[in-house]
Ligand binder design. Sequence first.
Ligand SMILES: [Zn+2]
Length: 257
Amino acid sequence: MRLEQITWVQAEAYFKKNDMVMISVGSVENHGQHLAMGTDNIVPARLTDLIEENLQGKMELLIAPHIPYGVADYHRGFPGTMSLGTDLLKKVMNKLCEDLFAYGVRKFIFLNGHAGNTSVLTEVAVDLDTKGALAAIVDWWDCVGDINEKWPNGGHASGVETAAVMGINPNWVHMESCQPLIRHKLAENMPYVGMNKIEYKGVKFLVPRNYRKMVPNGWSGNDHPHTATAEWGKEMLAAVASHVADFIMAFHKVEIE
Ligand SMILES: [Zn+2]
């Protein structure tokens, strides 16, 4: 049930019986030369549809409108990236959750499309816990390797995300423009080896910078975008949605201390 499509009368009736709401958060940012800027909105939108299908006839779940902007300041070196930033996203989430809390919501599902949002959502969840509510953060890309070991936990615009978008709409994937993975070096003896991480004499240190200064092509990860297929994407999203729907039903029953 979508909050946008019901009346306040229906919303009031829902809140009398239910204390759970799902809200998804995304981002508008660089996703390499091959993926749409809205990838982190496109994937949660499809997962939301699939989760709703999975819950059909089993559990009523109110779904609040998606938040399309997140924390992506470190992608601003790539034109088109738009970011609320950490402080503003936290304010937005706290305010919206406060409204829902006032209507009786005590269980929140944050369906997240973007790793840059996770630390803010974690802070919001801890604030909600202090107030006597509970929030679960679903970082979908982090679930895939646990659900099926043949799927890697994805990087940024790497195989996992590319497959997901291919499985939703191949027109939003431009593999002909995909460039090789290039990682810059901070110095000759300090190559970037992972997100914000350089390695010096075998030991890793965090030296966070604008993403373009670390990976000029805008994607990184161990799973190359060329490994992606639409079939993989469809199967992966279906499996994630099924598992998350199952989790939501179990989470619904958790007693808040
Ligand atoms: Zn993404």
